[in-house]
Design a protein around this ligand. Sequence first.
Ligand code: MG
Length: 258
Amino acid sequence: MKESVYKLGFVLALLLAMANGQWSTLNAQKVICHRGFWDTPGSAQNSIASLVKADSIGAYGSEFDVWMTADGELVVNHDKVFKGVNMETDNFEKIRTVRLDNGEKLPTLDEYLAKGKELKTRLILEMKSLSDFNREDECAAKIVRKLKHYGVLERTDIIAFSINACLAFKKLLPNTKIYYLDNDYTPKKLKTLGFAGLDYEQNVLKDNPEWIVEAHKLGLEVNVWTVNDVDALQFFIDEGVDYITTNNPLKLQQLLEH
Ligand code: MG
């Protein structure tokens, strides 16, 4: 009898915590490798190896950046200008000559998704902001076709700084989670636009911690980038964000185990 009363008390406490919006603090944060798990031997930012290595450590997700070349091909890289080529104004043939620091050819989105399909880690696809909205709309439509072609739509979340790109994806994929990156919209505004949540820079969320609470009350999720040092990782664990995007996934996993 006494035992069942204790159990009932525990369940009630849990329900109260959920009602207070503290549920997320009871769950472990999900680890997202920023540009893949690249800070490890044999890897490089946005390489296929970084995606495989993110998967091999059991990271929830692996983030990567997508550009559309001048001739309309989709490639995976962070910097617009990288090793002397421009991801937006050069043609694919020239961009493809670039080697990443681990020796890989600069990947196409096709190669990335084909490999991602074999893995378990979630694909956190960032579409980079392009020079005009027409190109962004074209790029979003091409990305959606590729995600469908490789059958990875259900395993993919979309992120973008461009509100135009976010809205283009929302129109094409009403049921896919889309997160806005550019730090300047309130949770309420993002909810109105139908997005899954905010994915903001760490100092913005440190200055506006109430946005985390507000987002959760609205049923939105919160991701934070790019958090690497131990104190900051612990801060966001304690604040109860849903996802932490990091260059230091092993350290974050270690902190979450305690
Ligand atoms: Mg990115």
